[in-house]
Design a protein around this ligand. Structure first.
Ligand SMILES: [Zn+2]
Length: 376
């Protein structure tokens, strides 16, 4: 078992990389997809089932956990890993993004953000120092800097001001984090879709020095073309020997495009959220299990998938439990979606390691272009 956080790139193919992040709680194979365990649970999944899909690491949300059940309470109960029964690595976000998107009565100052809880209206403060304290109480393995992500649409001037505030907060986060062997602190690059601002942000972060670097402020409604436009240059501003994390991404084709552009880690609620709304992600694209075409279909969702939903149940059954609003519908479809995402990551890692990423990506797009199997 390693004592310290580390990262090693084992192979590259074009700009894509595959490697291993080592932590005292286990290894994370990259490129990695992190399922989101918002409120100390990946909704509709047992932790051992999440692990069975191939996940090496989960994401927890500081904003949600500080409000309910509270970071101090989780610390008293032994930390987030023990509390939620997940002994592998956990990354926590800083709360910055969600406080801006969910909380009421927000007041942003140089100090931080004062806000009212969206749950009960109680008053709270998040600052770089408090965010570091909360993530330490949770026992997070990978801690994110407290930053600000401006709401879109924003002018270039607003994006620049916000980015510079985030860089001052990054320094305060670094100072407050201190020296915690075995735990990592990641900086977050901002700067919207402006190349000069992205470069300025990366330069500021590198001079502070972090264990990894996130590309923030994307996947917030700018569209895939604009996101890939930024990813064509932004990862190149970051150190080669540290993990690069694209926050909040994404759909399967977003993930493939990001990996091609040198991203090592991603997270998204999409596979789990879709699983609760009857949407399945497969090699051949998206399937809506609500659709009546499935009601007499004895075939599996995906005959090549080895997840329990595909191995043991028919499309007709999945359709039935969706229509009857049975809990097992969310369980099976979330499992399938997470399994599909992890299998995609495994495919990407193998393709990069063997220098056949472009063929893999061509196959990925070809299968999706075929669309779902013909109705019976
Ligand atoms: Zn499946």
């Amino acid at each position: 078992m390693v004592e310290r956080f580390g990262f090693q790139v084992n192979a590259t193919d074009g700009r894509a990389r595959t490697g291993i992040i080592s932590t005292p709680r286990g290894e994370i194979r990259t490129p990695a997809f992190m399922p989101v365990g918002t409120a100390a649970t990946v909704k509709a999944m047992m932790p051992e089932s999440v692990r069975a899909t191939g996940a090496d690491i989960l994401l927890g949300n500081t904003y949600h956990l500080m409000l309910r059940p509270g970071a101090e309470r989780i610390a008293r109960l032994g930390g987030l890993h023990r509390f939620m029964n997940w002994d592998r690595p956990i990354l926590t976000d800083s709360g910055g993004f969600q406080v801006m998107s969910l909380a009421a009565l927000r007041k942003l100052t140089e100090e931080g953000v004062r806000f009212a809880s969206h749950i009960d209206g109680s008053k709270h403060m998040l600052s770089p120092e408090r965010s570091m304290e909360i993530q330490k109480l949770l026992g997070s393995d990978i801690v994110m800097c407290f930053d600000e992500c401006p709401a879109l649409p924003a002018t270039e001037d607003q994006v620049a001001k916000s980015m510079r505030l985030s860089m001052r907060w990054a320094q305060r986060s670094r100072d407050a984090f201190g020296d915690r062997p075995g735990h990592a602190l990641f900086g977050i690059m901002q700067g919207g879709v402006t190349r000069e601002l992205r470069e300025e942000s990366a330069t500021a972060l590198k001079s502070i020095g972090f264990d990894g670097y996130a590309v923030g402020g994307l996947a917030v409604g700018e569209g895939q073309e604009a996101m890939f436009g930024v990813l064509d240059y932004a990862p190149g501003f970051l150190p080669e020997d540290k993990p690069r994390y694209l926050m909040g991404v994404g759909k399967p084709d977003d993930i493939v495009g990001a990996v091609e552009r040198g991203i090592d880690m991603m997270d998204c609620v999409l596979p789990s959220r879709s699983g609760r709304t009857a949407q399945a992600w497969t090699r051949r694209g998206q399937v809506n299990l609500k659709n009546a075409r499935h009601q007499d279909d004895p075939r599996p969702l995906d005959e090549n998938c080895t997840c329990p939903a595909c191995r043991n149940y028919s499309r007709a059954y999945l359709h039935h439990v969706v229509r009857a609003q049975e809990i097992i519908a969310s369980m099976l479809l979330t499992w399938h979606n997470l399994h599909y995402y992890q299998e995609l990551m495994q495919g990407l890692r193998g393709a990069i390691a063997e220098g056949r990423l472009s063929a893999f990506v061509a196959g990925f797009h070809a299968a999706r272009a075929e669309g779902d199997i013909e109705p019976l």
